[in-house]
Design a protein around this ligand. Structure first.
Ligand SMILES: [Zn+2]
Length: 295
């Protein structure tokens, strides 16, 4: 494996796009179909890039959701499981039994799609607040032939989207373009942060998976996001390919478990005590900046 890593070594990281939740109802003014097309078109324009979408069953147990998610499968994107109800597994009242049942309930609504693969992404990247719960889910995933749809680059794109939608509620004629550059800067900041951590943990450049969401914001700016990473010299990778990187075989034994895989590896190493904020990402970290910008 070491030799394979050495020959695969590149000076610039690779990055794959992963898109969570599939919450099409949150896209305002019945614009979900247009947003869906814009997201798919943005990926197609960049060398027909293949993403992974991690779908919550609750968003596709209806006719519109079913139609929309099928377009992703038909376009060759990887369809992963993100549970049915999007429970946080770190909540004390979300037991292993409740959470694992909810995972299988979610699977039911996507497993017939040709693009479906047994990859599971934990909602909120929370993998259990106790070692017992963490290990129960890891054993469950193995037993059901699932792999963990890890994120290496976490961010708060959902918060930028939330802010934009709140302003559009007040003023439907609002020009969304001022959100673009701060959003791109946020993603670049988080990408370089997690890439730096990844390099210090692995001694090499890895294939990253960035967490984005199925939102109005990304329907507007995903094309610009992809263009930015290319302009910075990063190589866009298909999600399927990125997940072949051996970094994804790591399963850090931390408590609470979860966050970005890179964050968790750094936490487990003990080399970054006092330097890793928890949670790794949240809207609160972005609030002052967006307030100052009037966005
Ligand atoms: Zn989610």
């Amino acid at each position: 494996m070491a030799a394979a890593i050495a020959t695969a070594k590149e000076s610039k990281p690779q990055i794959a796009i992963t898109i969570d939740d599939f919450d099409w109802k949150k896209i305002p003014r019945e614009g979900a179909e247009r947003a869906n097309r814009q997201l798919l078109d943005a990926l197609a324009r960049h060398s027909n890039l293949k993403a992974a979408i991690f779908v919550c069953g609750e968003h596709v147990d209806n006719e519109t959701g079913r139609q929309l998610v099928r377009t992703w499968s038909d376009a060759g994107h990887l369809i992963g499981n993100h549970s049915y109800s999007h429970f946080s597994y770190n909540d004390a009242d979300v037991s292993f039994a409740k959470f694992s049942d909810d995972l299988l309930r979610g699977e039911h609504f996507i497993s017939e799609l040709p693009g479906f693969q047994k990859m599971f992404r934990f909602p909120f990247l929370k993998e259990g607040e106790t070692a017992a719960k963490r290990d129960q889910m890891r054993a469950f995933l193995t037993k059901h032939s699932y792999s963990n749809g890890h994120v290496t680059i976490d961010a708060s794109d959902w918060y930028y989207d939330q802010r934009l939608r709140a302003r559009l509620d007040q003023n439907p004629a609002l020009d969304p373009r001022p959100y673009r550059d701060p959003y791109l800067a946020h993603l670049w900041d988080r990408a370089t942060y997690y890439d730096g951590l990844a390099q210090s943990m692995t001694g090499r450049t890895i294939s990253h998976t960035i967490l984005l969401h199925y939102t109005l914001l990304n329907s507007l700016f995903l094309d610009a996001v992809l263009t930015m990473f290319e302009a910075k010299g990063w190589k866009l990778a298909n999600a399927q390919t990125a997940y072949q990187d051996p970094v994804f075989s790591n399963a850090p034994r931390i408590v609470p478990a979860g966050e970005s895989l890179i964050w968790a590896m750094a936490k487990e190493s003990g080399k970054f005590e006092g330097k890793l904020r928890y949670p790794g990402e949240t809207g609160e970290y972005e609030k002052d900046k967006l307030d100052r910008l009037g966005l």
